[in-house]
Design a binder for this molecule. Structure first.
Ligand SMILES: CC(C)(COP(=O)(O)OP(=O)(O)OC[C@H]1O[C@@H](n2cnc3c(N)ncnc32)[C@H](O)[C@@H]1OP(=O)(O)O)[C@@H](O)C(=O)NCCC(=O)NCCS
Length: 179
């Protein structure tokens, strides 16, 4: 898999996917803050501090960021994913990944592009499969997208996620073989 990846969204917008570097830390932090405030897809219930953010998104991970093709490293990051082993040692060939697309860039095919890129990248890195541990059951866009990319739903974790109103929603575990 070679980066940068250049592609067009459904509406023709040209984008560039790059392997994340120091310049991408602040734009990604800004984007992740929006996702945490939405509160509908990731477990964080407050914006993580610097250490936790770096640990979650960068350390020991392959992180990829999407920008408008001529705006790489500028504040307006369109989306990103991280890729890492889900477990150590004998199970390290099962990958885990996390995705975000900025609200105003959704439903233009960027999630699909990031997902397809992750699958090819993961295969090239020697992973044998990918697992998503905690897809919020009400996150229909994500469940639809992952099924479209060949994932199946392995099971449900009942009441895994506390919502703002104090009630709980289920989470789904999704899996795709790369063999
Ligand atoms: C999930 C996410 C990454 C998708 O990104 P995206 O750029 O909008 O993805 P795409 O445009 O490639 O595809 C979205 C698909 O979901 C569909 N969709 C959107 N909202 C939907 C809904 N409420 N119910 C069902 N399908 C929906 C779209 O129609 C599209 O499918 P199609 O291409 O077959 O028409 C994005 O919504 C996001 O960042 N959400 C917040 C973070 C998140 O949920 N991350 C994943 C955690 S598992």
């Amino acid at each position: 898999m070679k980066f940068p990846v250049e592609a067009r969204l459904k509406d023709g917008t040209p984008v560039r996917l790059v392997l994340a570097d120091r310049q991408d830390v602040e734009p990604l932090r800004r984007l992740y803050r929006v996702i945490v405030e939405e509160g509908t897809s990731y477990p964080h219930d407050r914006v993580p501090d610097n250490e936790e953010f770096l640990e979650y998104w960068f350390r020991g991970k392959s992180t990829v960021a999407a920008y408008l093709w001529d705006r790489v490293g500028e504040p307006d990051m369109l989306g990103a994913f991280y890729l890492k082993p889900n477990w150590p040692g004998r199970a390290r060939q099962v990958a885990n990944a996390g995705f975000i697309v900025a609200p105003k860039w959704r439903n233009k095919g960027l999630g699909w592009l990031l997902g397809a890129t992750m699958l090819e990248y993961a295969k090239g890195l020697g992973y044998r499969s990918v697992i998503f541990n905690l897809v919020f059951s009400e996150n229909q866009a994500a469940r639809h997208l992952w099924k479209k990319l060949g994932f199946s739903e392995l099971g449900v974790i009942p009441g895994a996620v506390r919502q703002n109103d104090g009630t709980y929603q289920d989470a789904v575990i999704m899996f795709r073989s790369l063999l």
